[in-house]
Design a protein around this ligand. Sequence first.
Ligand SMILES: *[C@@H]1O[C@H](CO)[C@@H](O)[C@H](O)[C@H]1NC(C)=O
Ligand SMILES: *[C@@H]1O[C@H](CO)[C@@H](O)[C@H](O)[C@H]1NC(C)=O
Ligand SMILES: *[C@@H]1O[C@H](CO)[C@@H](O)[C@H](O)[C@H]1NC(C)=O
Ligand SMILES: *[C@@H]1O[C@H](CO)[C@@H](O)[C@H](O)[C@H]1NC(C)=O
Ligand SMILES: *[C@@H]1O[C@H](CO)[C@@H](O)[C@H](O)[C@H]1NC(C)=O
Ligand SMILES: *[C@@H]1O[C@H](CO)[C@@H](O)[C@H](O)[C@H]1NC(C)=O
Ligand SMILES: *[C@@H]1O[C@H](CO)[C@@H](O)[C@H](O)[C@H]1NC(C)=O
Ligand SMILES: *[C@@H]1O[C@H](CO)[C@@H](O)[C@H](O)[C@H]1NC(C)=O
Ligand SMILES: *[C@@H]1O[C@H](CO)[C@@H](O)[C@H](O)[C@H]1NC(C)=O
Length: 226
Amino acid sequence: MNGHQFLYQKISVMPSQERCKCCAGLILTPFVIALIVWLTIRSSPPNFSIHKFSVPALNKTSSDFNNSKNINATISFQAKLKNENKEKGVYYDTLNLTIDYYNENSSSFWRIGNISLPPFYQGREKTATRNNATQSYGVPWEYARMKVRNGTKAKFRVNLETQVRYKSLLWKSKRRRISLKTNITVDDQGKSGANSLRFKHLLLSNQVRSSIVGMVLSSSILLLIV
Ligand SMILES: *[C@@H]1O[C@H](CO)[C@@H](O)[C@H](O)[C@H]1NC(C)=O
Ligand SMILES: *[C@@H]1O[C@H](CO)[C@@H](O)[C@H](O)[C@H]1NC(C)=O
Ligand SMILES: *[C@@H]1O[C@H](CO)[C@@H](O)[C@H](O)[C@H]1NC(C)=O
Ligand SMILES: *[C@@H]1O[C@H](CO)[C@@H](O)[C@H](O)[C@H]1NC(C)=O
Ligand SMILES: *[C@@H]1O[C@H](CO)[C@@H](O)[C@H](O)[C@H]1NC(C)=O
Ligand SMILES: *[C@@H]1O[C@H](CO)[C@@H](O)[C@H](O)[C@H]1NC(C)=O
Ligand SMILES: *[C@@H]1O[C@H](CO)[C@@H](O)[C@H](O)[C@H]1NC(C)=O
Ligand SMILES: *[C@@H]1O[C@H](CO)[C@@H](O)[C@H](O)[C@H]1NC(C)=O
Ligand SMILES: *[C@@H]1O[C@H](CO)[C@@H](O)[C@H](O)[C@H]1NC(C)=O
């Protein structure tokens, strides 16, 4: 007796309710396998965050805060990139970071600085940290200082533009463009309020995606077992 016959006999011997469950299981199996394969080969974009964003020209305790002639326009920050993939490395192309200042008068962001970081390769589940500083241009310092003196925070934005390729055991993916923005507020100490600023929409979409996948997967397995 071969396997098919055995299975057929087994099913036909079952009471109709049992048979129904068994068929549902058989139909769902390919979906569960496809899901597991997809979970294994999918790639998560890197997690990017900005820390220690510092604008010394807005530090009211510094000795030249009242000096409008000789402004130190340096802006410094720490960027962190985390590869959250358990099975894949990430090749980054040149990382183009730009900094904007928010002008309330025109309700728009002004470009005030840029930094390019060289391409690099990042292994599985590794975090890369870059401490960088740049000279900013075009910030209306008098106005921004008056605002922080009044207790309002100055608003900045950091944008990241780059392309990544994911490297798995057997192949390297095509280049995928990554474009992210985050708002940062700076107080009268010249530093950002939050210690760690994350790109929320990226995190959210990852979370939503994995919870949907988790739900589908667990309900399929449940159906299969019952
Ligand atoms: C602000 O300036 C003071 C005096 O120079 C310095 O002690 C302090 O560390 C500065 N704060 C920041 C956030 O850099
Ligand atoms: C700047 O000027 C204000 C008043 O104009 C004063 O209260 C403050 O102490 C001055 N700050 C510094 C660092 O000299
Ligand atoms: C500007 O401020 C930064 C950070 O505090 C400091 O490292 C740099 O030497 C300052 N530059 C000038 C020209 O004062
Ligand atoms: C915004 O408008 C006010 C009043 O017209 C002006 O004093 C200030 O300099 C402007 N700020 C900027 C950043 O243009
Ligand atoms: C990048 O910043 C430099 C000054 O640091 C400026 O001369 C250059 O125009 C900026 N490039 C872009 C594309 O904004
Ligand atoms: C940025 O920081 C890294 C180390 O954190 C340094 O190797 C690199 O030269 C810096 N690049 C720029 C443009 O400042
Ligand atoms: C800061 O406060 C002063 C006095 O209250 C006011 O005249 C000025 O317009 C305020 N500036 C800003 C940028 O809010
Ligand atoms: C980053 O900047 C370089 C030089 O300006 C440019 O060739 C490259 O296309 C930029 N990358 C992205 C993803 O915009
Ligand atoms: C960043 O600030 C701008 C201007 O206030 C606002 O329109 C935008 O929604 C903010 N983005 C986030 C992610 O908070």
